[in-house]
Design a protein around this ligand. Structure first.
Ligand code: RNT
Ligand code: ZN
Length: 413
């Protein structure tokens, strides 16, 4: 089927494919830098630890800022549209001596800003509360040790300043996400204390830094459990909801941070109602928070459906996965394209007509049409979108990645 034929078929169910192509082109997804080097960063060669871990040992990971930037550039060349890049504090670029987390500042991020400016893209940010000796007994901002808390509070404040610098320099918003690994392996005797300390530390961070409240968007990420923190996380869903709501910041939903049978997409409408904006880490948990590359599965479809129906402008869509067992550049390209494909499919669904069937109690028709519309020719529209963006529409991008791998990635030894 040609694009023209697909366009006609969609028009019959009230869908304007031209509008969908235009709208999809406007959605900037925040691509996570950390897929490029297994959440390693540039401070040490130790790799991710203290609350986060990757599995796999595929060759070719980026070892320097130059390599990471080149890999991101290459990945972006195979992804239609213009996107954003999400940095972590551990990706600061240090000259001779590594500046510790409580003292990092805009100096370490100037090369990133220059890089982003050249490309006309925005940057998002994350303080790094892991991979550091000051994660003591699994705790950071909620530690009973005041010295430890102070160190991480200073880190948070410095990071807000960096986010403010990104927003100003790049003339766009900067979402800054707070995620801490704090928690316990076994049943704690005091569940309240760490949460009281966490709230106090976060308050000190948000009061301690001056930042543009319109452009810098702090988000706060909850988590049900992690490896080594199976029994209790300080930043549970309820804690995060309450804190974010009362401090007027945004709560962030990571698709891997809930019970596996929970429907994360179902949470979106409530978040939108009470926060006005929803921040998302699009990820794929396999039996646990495994951070696999996102696939075009039902979970992603459901999330995309909500994002489209509730207005993409109300969302911060960031990817968060890191697979070290496959080509990292391919992992980026595949995940970004999958997210875009699901957003497009959602745009090509007559949502208002289906909602009407729901209101009319016509559940048979609703079910049948929801399923039948899944087989409409979205691929043709995707191909047209890619053609206009001058990127491959089909799997031919993989051969390009393989060539890049052969010429560049596999030479990194
Ligand atoms: C960890 C959280 C967090 C991290 C990134 C690197 O479980 O999902 O968002 O993945 O900050
Ligand atoms: Zn996350």
């Amino acid at each position: 089927m040609s694009y023209a034929e697909a366009k006609k078929k969609y028009a019959k169910i009230g869908i304007d494919t031209e509008k969908a192509i235009e709208e999809l082109g406007k959605i900037a997804i925040s691509m996570h830098c950390w897929q490029g080097d297994d959440v390693g960063g540039f401070e040490s060669v130790g790799g991710a630890s203290n609350g986060i871990q990757t599995t796999g040992n595929y060759p070719g990971k980026a070892r320097t800022p130059e390599e990471l930037m080149a890999d991101i550039d290459f990945a972006m060349s195979l992804i239609p549209g213009k996107h954003r890049v999400n940095l972590h504090a551990c990706y600061g670029i240090h000259k001779n001596k590594v500046v510790d987390r409580d003292s990092i500042g805009i100096e370490q991020f100037k090369p990133w800003v220059a890089w982003a400016k050249e490309r006309g893209i925005g940057l998002d940010f994350n303080p790094t509360f892991f991979s550091h000796a000051n994660v003591v007994d699994g705790l950071t901002l909620s530690s009973p040790d005041e010295k430890i808390r102070k160190f991480w509070i200073k880190h948070g404040i410095q990071c807000l300043k960096i986010a403010d610098y990104f927003a100003k320099e790049l003339d766009t918003t900067c979402a800054i996400n707070f995620w801490c690994p704090d928690g316990f392996k076994d049943e704690p005797s005091d569940r309240l204390g760490p949460r009281v300390r966490m709230a106090d530390s976060l308050d000190k961070i948000f009061k301690g830094a001056k930042y543009d409240k319109k452009r810098v968007l702090p988000t706060f990420e909850s988590k049900l459990f992690g490896i080594g923190v199976e029994s209790y996380t300080v930043n549970s869903h309820e804690f995060v909801m309450g804190y974010a709501q009362s401090r007027k910041i945004l709560a962030l939903l990571d698709m891997g941070h809930f019970h596996l049978t929970e429907n994360v997409a179902d949470k979106i409408s409530s978040f939108l109602m009470f926060f006005g904006k929803v921040a998302f880490h699009i990820s794929r948990p396999v039996r646990w928070d495994s951070d696999h590359v996102i696939r075009q599965n039902d979970d992603l479809r459901a999330a995309a459906q909500e994002i489209v129906q509730m207005g993409p402008e109300n969302f911060i869509v960031a990817l968060d996965y890191f697979d070290a067992s496959i080509c990292r550049v391919a992992a980026w390209v595949l995940g970004m394209r999958n997210m875009q494909k699901e957003l497009l499919k959602a745009m090509l669904t007559p949502n208002a007509a289906l909602a009407k069937l729901q209101d009319e109690g016509k559940f048979t028709q609703q079910l049948v049409l929801q399923e039948e519309y899944k087989n409409y020719p979205a691929d043709e529209v995707w191909a047209e979108f890619c053609k206009r963006a001058k990127v491959p529409a089909d799997e031919s991008w993989l051969a390009k990645v393989e060539k890049y791998e052969e010429n560049i990635l596999l030479k990194r030894v």
